[in-house]
Design a protein around this ligand. Structure first.
Ligand code: DGJ
Length: 330
């Protein structure tokens, strides 16, 4: 259900225009992103898109995520934005127990992620499809000819028969796509290479066996892959760890701590690449869960940078970004 903040619409619109506290556009080319408050969409409703997945089409970011308005049984919302600040409500792409009867009412979706498959000219959603006690340990796949849907249900189950929980997707620069998830009762991470149409898992590689990682997010920096992940502590934040490799399937470095011991009160959801005329900037996107309730969980964005195999993972409560040049000012 879409819920308004306690502020009346007029007040929302007024504060939005003058800078609504958390995020403002302060000049033509610079955008200010400020963390810590609930985002509002263009209609003045709370943005509900947790465990977020992004896809950039032209100059527009599409964002999907869990609608936690009612805490459990999350639906999947889609928003769009040109600056990661002003969010236009697009639609509810999956409404639990309504749009996709195959899913059943008692099951729910976490961490929905979005891909575009050039070969089929289709948009594909992979997500964690779960039951109350996290015993189902399944994934589900949806597809559409249009980014805003409607999305058809393709399949739900354990990829290649493997129990699968927290998840993400990664599309490599050559177009090969992967589903990555927490497998084997939270012991390992599983890297699943997808079929050419992105609808099936076709190959499984075990990563970080026994390390008990979840909330994986991969980004490619030049010819190096970096992966961020958390430990498994429910909704409580914990130490974010990073690993790097020149191959997705092997050679990952030992996990190393980045940021403070609770990842600045976040858990990884995505890492975005901003290709500017002067530089490429990387934006870490994480969930600040239970802030203080589940529906009030915040989406947090801050720039991170890489130097060889090192990652500077420093929190910014507020920063400016120039999408044209790629520059950031903290
Ligand atoms: C941590 C996961 O990262 C979340 O997606 C969610 O499954 C919670 N655990 C549930 O406790």
């Amino acid at each position: 259900m879409r819920t308004r903040t306690t502020l009346i619409t007029l007040l929302c619109l007024f504060s939005f225009t003058i800078g609504r506290g958390q995020q403002t556009v302060d000049s033509k080319d610079w955008t200010t992103i400020e963390n810590g408050e609930m985002w509002l969409d263009n209609d003045g409703y709370n943005v509900q898109a947790h465990g977020t997945g992004f896809l950039k089409v032209g100059d527009t970011w599409y964002m999907i995520g869990e609608d936690r308005s009612e805490s459990w049984n999350p639906d999947v919302n889609m928003y769009s934005s040109k600056d990661l600040v002003h969010w236009k409500w697009e639609r509810k792409i999956i409404e639990n127990g309504v749009t996709h009867p195959e899913l059943g009412k008692s099951r729910f979706i976490e961490r929905p992620k979005l891909l575009y498959c050039k070969k089929t000219d289709q948009y594909v959603v992979w997500c964690h499809w779960e039951g109350r006690n996290y015993g189902a340990s399944e994934a589900a796949v949806f597809y559409s000819d249009n980014i805003t849907g409607p999305y058809k249900f393709h399949w739900g189950g354990r990829p290649l028969g493997i129990k699968s929980r927290d998840c993400n997707v990664f599309q490599d620069d050559d177009g090969t796509a992967y589903f990555i998830s927490t497998t084997n009762e939270n012991q390992d991470l599983g890297l699943f290479r997808l079929s050419d149409d992105y609808l099936e898992a076709v190959e499984h590689t075990v990563l970080f066996p026994g390390e008990r990682r979840e909330a994986p997010a991969i980004v490619r920096v030049g010819d190096m892959y970096f992966m961020f992940s958390s430990a498994c502590t429910g909704w409580d934040p914990n130490q974010c760890k990073m690993s790097y490799s020149k191959s997705l399937k092997e050679g990952w470095s030992p996990l190393e701590n980045v940021g403070d011991r609770i990842a600045f009160d976040t858990q990884a959801a995505s890492v975005l690449r901003i290709f500017g005329e002067k530089q490429t900037t990387y934006l870490y996107v994480g969930d600040r869960w239970m802030d203080p309730t589940l529906p009030e969980s915040k989406t947090i964005i801050f720039p991170i940078s890489f130097d060889g195999t090192k990652c500077d993972f420093t929190y910014s409560q507020k920063f400016d970004i120039n999408y044209k040049t790629g520059e950031v000012k903290r």
